[in-house]
Write a protein that binds this ligand. Structure first.
Ligand SMILES: *Cc1c(COP(=O)(O)O)cnc(C)c1O
Length: 458
């Protein structure tokens, strides 16, 4: 028997194809997994998740340590959160970012200490704010002036002697990044954050107004300034521009009020490879570039370095997971000029991966239960939903003999897959099954029709 062949990027680190042609992840044969757990299923490579969590943290710690700044890394739970995953992140030295009461509940259930949790959201409810304070979250990232009033009220409601709420103010620097480029605009037309730009009529920016408002309230403790510029970022230049803008605001606030905020959060958004051969700058290099920009800006501004924080979600969770499907219908469709495309329908679709339909995202797929014929054809992997836009993989070469009953896997579905899953067409959501050292462990069980019917009161 020849040695197992690693699948490589964009698959998780422990995905290999054995001599028999079938794929194993962390020692678990996908055919056994499908037989035991059914399909579709998200298959999460636990050791890969832990390694990525740790290496993102150590890359940022090394880069910022070298310029003399401390750094905290928050796993952005919205990418994929379950009790086990929150616990892994915590065990690997990460904190956890939540953006709703539901995410907060999962992180707390996992035993992540309140002071290692952040609460985000542009429209937090009073109940969410009260719960965050009750849990002693380490920071509430405030997104509007109205929210500041509500945090103050929530602190007062806790009675005299309540601790002030630790807050960061989320600002928009005009930098938007994602994919290979970033763009920078002065005025922003989107819902998040408070602009650092001077309003058309002059006067303080909304960001400066929020910061000085926080300083006037004894119920609030101003921890710092927060900026998140986008997602799937492959070019670190956007981070550097945003960092300079945030640090300039920090210096200006210090000059005006004497208060130098101790922390700056530069958000998440580190990109990953979704396709074979896709070039992604490695994180240590990006971290060094951002650290150099931060250090350079602080030197120019004459301010001491802040403590930094980052919030990667996709870079930790994305590559760790594949979605395992069973092939159902296979249908050749003729295109113009004598070309044709093989439509390969699987037993899931846009309900377990909305990103292709939502963002036009591209994924890679492979036949994983056997090798298949050497000849390949242009294929499109589609789901079982009642939408022609229900596409899982736009374009991929698959063995020409792909047929019903084959197992097909889609790579790098760990971020924004299960977390954005829906019950469209009353399809129960797939389980998340962790694999490690030849063992499987169901982290989130498969939904059943009974689960769906339990909500329907007839
Ligand atoms: C979505 C989000 C993140 C995580 O983004 P990734 O692209 O998954 O790293 C971090 N911070 C904030 C505020 C976010 O909205």
């Amino acid at each position: 028997m020849t040695a197992a062949e690693p699948l490589g990027v964009p698959w998780s680190a422990h995905a290999v194809r054995g001599a028999d042609g079938a794929v194993r992840v962390a020692g678990v044969d996908v055919r056994d997994l499908a037989a035991e757990q059914g399909t579709p299923a998200y298959v999460l490579d636990e050791a890969d998740f832990r390694d990525r969590a740790r290496s993102v943290r150590t890359a940022l710690e090394a880069a910022f340590g070298a310029v003399g700044a401390g750094v905290d890394v928050y796993y952005a739970g919205k990418a994929f959160l379950s009790v086990a995953v929150a616990r892994w992140a915590h065990e690997e030295g990460l904190r956890v970012d939540t953006s709703t009461g539901g995410e907060l509940a999962v992180a707390l259930r996992a035993g992540v200490p309140g002071e290692h949790l952040g609460l985000h959201g542009n429209n937090k409810s009073d109940a969410e704010l009260a719960r965050a304070l009750e849990a002693g979250v380490g920071r509430i990232i405030v997104d509007s002036l109205g929210e500041l009033d509500r945090v103050v009220a929530a602190v007062r409601a806790r009675g005299a002697g309540a601790e002030p709420a630790p807050v960061m103010v989320r600002v928009t620097t005009g930098v938007h990044a994602g994919g290979h480029e970033y763009i920078s605009t002065a005025h922003e037309d989107q819902k998040f954050g408070l602009s650092v730009a001077t309003p058309p009529g002059g006067g303080d920016s909304p960001a400066m107004t929020a910061l000085t408002t926080v300083l006037r309230h004894p119920e609030l403790r101003l921890l710092g300034i927060h900026s998140h510029i986008g997602s799937q970022i492959l070019d670190p230049a956007g981070f550097a521009v945003a960092a300079r803008s945030v640090l300039a605001l920090r210096a200006e606030l210090a000059e005006r009020t004497g208060h130098l905020v101790p922390e700056v959060d530069l958000g998440g958004g580190f990109g990953i490879a979704y396709l074979p051969g896709e070039e992604v700058p490695d994180l240590p290099r990006i971290a060094e570039e951002i650290a150099a920009a931060v250090a350079g800006a602080c030197t120019e501004l004459g301010t001491p370095l802040p403590r930094l924080s980052f919030e990667p979600g996709r870079a930790v969770a994305g590559p760790t997971t594949l979605t395992l499907y069973t092939v159902g219908t296979v249908k050749p469709v003729s295109l113009e000029a004598g070309r044709s495309r093989l439509y390969v329908a699987v037993d899931g679709g846009m309900s377990d991966n909305i990103r292709p339909a939502l963002y036009g995202a591209h994924y890679h797929a492979a036949l994983v239960s056997r090798t298949g014929s050497a000849e390949t054809v242009l294929a499109r992997v589609v789901g079982k939903h009642c939408e022609s836009g229900d596409i899982v993989v736009h374009e991929v070469q698959l063995p020409a003999d792909v047929r019903p009953g084959d197992l097909l896997a889609v790579a790098a579905t760990g971020a924004y897959g299960r977390s954005m899953a829906s019950n469209y067409n009353h399809v129960p959501r797939p389980p998340v099954v962790a694999v490690r050292d030849g063992a499987t462990r169901v982290l989130v069980r498969r939904e059943t029709e009974d689960d769906l019917l339990a909500l329907d009161l007839g």
